[in-house]
Design a protein around this ligand. Sequence first.
Ligand code: PMP
Length: 426
Amino acid sequence: STSAAWYFEEWRRQRAMKRIPPRPIELRSDEIVPGVIGLIGNTPLIRINSLSDALGVEILYLNPGGSVKDRVALQIIEDAESQGLLHPNTGSVLFEGTVGSTGISLATVGRAKGYECCIIMPDDVAMEKVQVLEKLGAKVERVRPASIIDEKQNLARKRALEFGATELTNIPAHGDEIAISTQADPAEVVHTDTDGGGSLIPQISIPHILRPALETKPRGFFADQFENESNFKAHYRGTGPEILRQTSGHLDAFVSGAGTGGTVAGTGRYLKKALPDVKVVLSDPEGSGLYNKVKFNVMFDLKESEGKKRRHQVDTVVEGIGINRITQNFSMGMDIIDDAYRISDAEAVAMSRYLVEHDGLYLGSSSACNLVACVRLAKTMSRGSRIATILCDSGSRHQSKFWSDEYLKAHDIPVDPSIIDQLLAS
Ligand code: PMP
């Protein structure tokens, strides 16, 4: 058997004997892939030569293909199918609130499987994501920029209800293995959450899956990436085992940002279970509350956020990571996050330009953020250590903002790759 469970068991056995396990990777390049869905998962881990050579610490990234969200979209849809909540080619519509990546993945997998897609997006995300969605045949609705009272999620939920979904509570989307490994009590996490001034942050306390009413057609389904545990599961069962397998367990840290928290929680928890000494480190853009939550157990730094017009909005050019509330998916990994770095827009922009110049890597904004955190972390580690991260998507989805020098200039964000040279030399 070559299942993830087998690799894990084999790895544990070999590790107990202090032997390095074999590296049996299923190569996909000599196979014919059965459709677009066959491309999802099992992607290579790649060494970033420029940074690894400069630091003496190996920085590896998992290339998730189109986007880190492809695995999540597939898992959400397949879990809903197996629970009888979705049936292909019956006019069912997937609804989701997203800054784009999850929408594009849902629209792609949805097309391949026979579902329509309706995506609610904040009106300030890069326009090219909307264009891709529309070309994929998704209906796109725009709302004001996301805030803690998460307008896009609420509207997606409402639209799903209008389309024949009914609320359904308490569906465990995960298997027993995950339930056992999840020690954090999500309820407790939510209630200890303060805004730094001691008052509770309003949480959207909602059941996370909407069941299409059997008698109504066509049916709506709210994917609910923030609360739906299928998101965590995609990474716990997919991304985590892949990284373990490809590194043969030679791994010292895993770095990830959090938008829904699915990646850091699912991958981090799996890796930590397999390799208890692995450090799980969060890369958090400026303005996000998670850094303070991880470092000081408060969501907001009041001094910093005072005077900001939209206090609950993450004010950054980085799209897809950074959030000011604890989602169900983040809470499933909060207890295993060891440290966090706060990354400025200028650093993320500098990293993106540096990597094009040195490695020919054209990356999206959250990927660049992750790599700045990798470099900061590498500076604290001994030579020969190894860090894995995820490069979530490509620069082509970020051309009109993160990759636009005019946009950055208009928002006073410098474009200066020498920031990275200084960071490497420091
Ligand atoms: N990068 C991008 C481009 C994203 O869209 C997202 C998801 N919002 C993430 C990273 C973060 O992943 P997660 O939702 O698993 O925390």
